[in-house]
Design a protein around this ligand. Sequence first.
Ligand SMILES: Cc1ncc(COP(=O)(O)O)c(C=O)c1O
Length: 394
Amino acid sequence: MGKYNFDKIIDRHGTSSLKYDFQKERRGREDLLPLWVADMDFALPEEILEDIHKRVDHGIFGYTDPKDDYFDALKGWYKRRQNLDIAKESVTVTPGIVYAIAVAVRAYTKEGDTVIIQEPVYYPFRETIELNKRKAVNNQLVYNKDKNKYEIDFQDFEKKIIDNNVKLFLLCSPHNPVGRVWTKEELTRLTDICIKHDVIIFADEIHSDFIYEGYEHTPLLSLGEEVVKRAVMGVSPSKTFNIAGLQVANVIIPNEELRRKFRFQNDAAGYSQGSLLGMTALISCYNKGEQWFDELKEYLSGNIDYIRNFLKENLPEVTLIEPEGTYLIWLDFSAVTEDYKQLKKVIVDDAKLWLDPGIIFGRETALFERINVACPRAILELAMNRILAAVKQN
Ligand SMILES: Cc1ncc(COP(=O)(O)O)c(C=O)c1O
C-alpha cells in the first residue's frame, strides 16, 4: 500500500475544467464520459497544496520572476530523475510548451520555410506551424504490426529534409500518441541526420517523467556536443504534476545564439513575468513531489495492465499499442470496423465516451482512438465496459 490514494473520485464539474465543463460547446451534448485531453483526475498531495496555500495567504500577487529556489528545484529534479545538468542561464520560463513551440517556429524559420514532424503526433505541432504560415512536412511513423509498435522511417526523414530544405524538426519525446520512448540509437540516428543537414531540433519532452518499467528516456541534451549546439528542449511540470492550469514550462537552450533568437521572439510576443502560482507550484512539486509521482506512475501502470488484460479477455479485436511512456493509450480498432464514421458511432453515440479520435492525428490513423488513462481505475473500468458493450452491439 502506498501513501497516496489514486482511487478517490473527485468531481471536477463546475471548475471550468476543459475536460469536463465544455462538452456542450465542443461536442454539442453533455452525456459523454471524458477521457480525452491530457490532464489527470488526481489532486496534488497535501504537502504541496500547503505550499501553494501559504503563498495564497500572503495575499499579494504582483509581478514575479524566478529566483535561485526556482532554478535549484528544476535542476535538482532533472539531475535526480534524468541525470541531466541544467545551467540556470540556459533556461527561459514560458507559459507552456505549445507557446514555446510557436516561439521556436518564429525564431528559427521564416514564413514559407518547412518544419518536419512525425505524424501521428500531438496535433498542435502541425497547427502551430501552419498558423505561423510555415509548411509542415510529415515523416510518417510506421506501425509495425508484428512488433506492435511504431518505428521511424529514417530514409524518408532524411529525404524529406533534403527535398524540402527543412530548417526545424519538432520531436515529440516520448511520443504522444503512439507511446514510444525513443531509444538512444533512434535519437542518435535522427540527430545525426539533423546535424548533417543543419536542422535545429526542438524536443518536446513534456511526457518524459512518464516512462514505464523496462524503458529509459534519453534527453535531447544528453546526446553530445554537436546535438546540444542545435538543441532546444521543452520541459514542464504540467503533465507530471497535473498543473497545466498554472501555466509554467521551461525551455532549455544551451547555445547562446539559439537562446538569443528564442528570447527575441518571446519578447516580441509580449511575454515577460510568468505565473506566480505556477512558479510556486513548480518549486514545491520538484522538491517534495517525488514519492507522490512514483506512486502515481505505478498506479498508471496498473491502469494500463487493466486495459491490456481487459482487451485480451473480452475484446481481442481491439489492439493496445504497447505504451512505453505517457498516460495516453493508443488503441487500434481496425479489426472492428473499416469506417471511421462507424467507429465514431461506436465510441461516441453508443459507448458515450469522449476520447481523442485517431482522425485528428491524420488520415492514416482514422481507425485508432486515444484514451487518457490518468483517472481512478473505477472510471477506466466503466469506460472499457462501455466500449465492450458498444462493439458487441454493432
Ligand atoms: C506532447 C505534448 N506537448 C505539449 C502539450 C501541452 O503543453 P502546454 O499545455 O504546456 O502547452 C501536450 C498536452 O497534451 C502534449 O501532449
